[in-house]
Ligand binder design. Sequence first.
Ligand code: 6R9
Length: 640
Amino acid sequence: VKRLQAAGFEGVCGHSALQEFSVSNSASFWAAAARQRLNWISPFHTTQDCDLSRGEIKWFEGGKLNVSVNCLDRHVHTCPERVALIWERDEPGSEVKITYRQLLEMTCRLGNMLRRRGVRKGDCVTIYMPPCPLAVASMLACARIGAAHNVVFAGFSAEALAERIRDAQSSTVITVNQGVRGGKVTELKKAVDTALQSCPTVQQVFVAMRTENPVAMTARDIVMEEEMQKEDLVCEPAAMDSEDVLFLLYTSGSTGKPKGLVHTQAGYLLYAALTHKYVFNYSDGDVFGCVADIGWITGHSYSVYGPLANGGTTVLFESTPIYPDPGRYWEMVQRLKINQFYGAPTALRLLLKYGDQWVHKYDRSTLKTLGSVGEPINTEAWEWYHRVVGDGRCPVVDTWWQTETGGICITPRPSEPDAEIVPGMAMRPFFGIEPVLMDTEGKVLTSNDTSGALCIAQPWPGMARTIHNDHQRFTETYCQPYPGYFFTGDGAYRSKEGYYQITGRLDDVINVSGHRIGTAEIEDVVNQYSAVAESAIIGYPHNIKGQGVYAFVVLKKGVNAQEEELSRQLNNMVSKKIAKYACPDFIQFVHRLPKTRSGKIMRRVLRKVVEQDLNGLGDLSTLDDPAAVEEIIQEKKIGQ
Ligand code: 6R9
């Protein structure tokens, strides 16, 4: 143990010993890591002060640091001309490279601009932008002056944006005039205008010009590039406490309202940096290609904070996997000489259908590690990724984690480049992570070859600290289901060898093309439609999207409308209020929903119906009216 502590743990003793040490001596492990990996303005005095049962999580108290200094200034001192960002724009071959020096300058100008325009430490700035250098610089500028950021995925509708701006109480929004994706222009500034009709707190909107097309500007709008040019290249970084808020990021839960998970400074950054380095075996000079949007946690941790904290070169991907053709990813790998590629199973499933020739066309010899994230990866996609994309040479790391965990928690090769990998398994915990499986009674399952609810037994620095303005929801969701443990909402299987495989959500959250969405959120929108009495939204297996959306809709009595027209209108509403990906693939109008006698919709039964597993309907004895199920089976839309 002494040796491990002294050596700071790099390359020492092999993975198992290190992993054991990191869990049983978590405070000394993380203290050593924090001292070694982060630049501190003043040192922390208490490594950890956590009470999982109350959801009180504090790391590195007493310490002061600035996240943007850790991501920029310290690398500018050693290698100012190293490329920090490669902006892979929608049109292949039009990429833009930004060095660490340039990114620091952009960040400082933006930091000064925000400060001069009244943004203060503790304020929250909403960023509604596609992946681009100005978006990253905006995030880092917030970090520099001590404001929190709230990045909203640019695919979200105006209403979804408005809800997040209101909840975050932002008075400043940063956006672009238009987005460009898959050869199409999206009207992002217009969406902001619509959103702001219901956001009275917003006083100013900075608009960066992604395209040359002018957009309508109002008195509160400011052209960002012009404004930045007025600013100084030097911006004094704020000295932040370890536990000050770094950002909010909204994600879906099992009830209607999205929750703004809160991540703080030091612990989050340390965890993103360490996982980025060890999970992907990232070395100096590598080009890291995470194709996630910056509006998701994957973009935060592995396009922005992890790679930049490590002084890496990171790709910002603006396009889609099939633009201009299904060879896009691999053409990009060849052109940018990407060494680690990190993407989602849904894209792989889509691409493998187009055939191997799209992959073979391009030189992928730079690739060293292939990562997967966001949803379970099926064997076919895993094998294809490994055999075709990686030519059987590159390890595939199936990384399990969540917005809540801040960074990767279960993954095949934390620090051990030659470890065994079982296809389709997330395998082993990262340092400091102690996964446990729980049975239905809330007892820890100690044996192997068993399945249960996945919990994590002790806190780690990257975990979310609370839900913005709703700590009670935080403790109820994550801490109370299994007191003393962090509950993930996922189920998992632990193999005979002790390896983990994630089996999927245990709650009413579904995963459509890697986008997490609560079924209740969609129901909420559908139920707002005047003709609808009630609805039930169910996820069903979909061979490309992973899960698709199936809607059961009960109309109000006396409504006599055309089903096709109604379906079209309901789809429009969902797309307008949430996003396109949340739209149902099937809408089945039914007379009634199967309910328990206490009035709860029996989703389990509906799920079995859409999965076409009629033998698995299970116990129907609590059903109020068994005929309801029969009707639904007769009229079901799927599998006909
Ligand atoms: C990083 C991210 C989290 C949920 C999570 C789980 C699913 C993520 C997975 C996976 C199986 C993997 N998930 N990675 N399921 N294998 N490798 O995706 O965060 O958007 O918060 O979603 O995604 O169900 O609970 P987030």
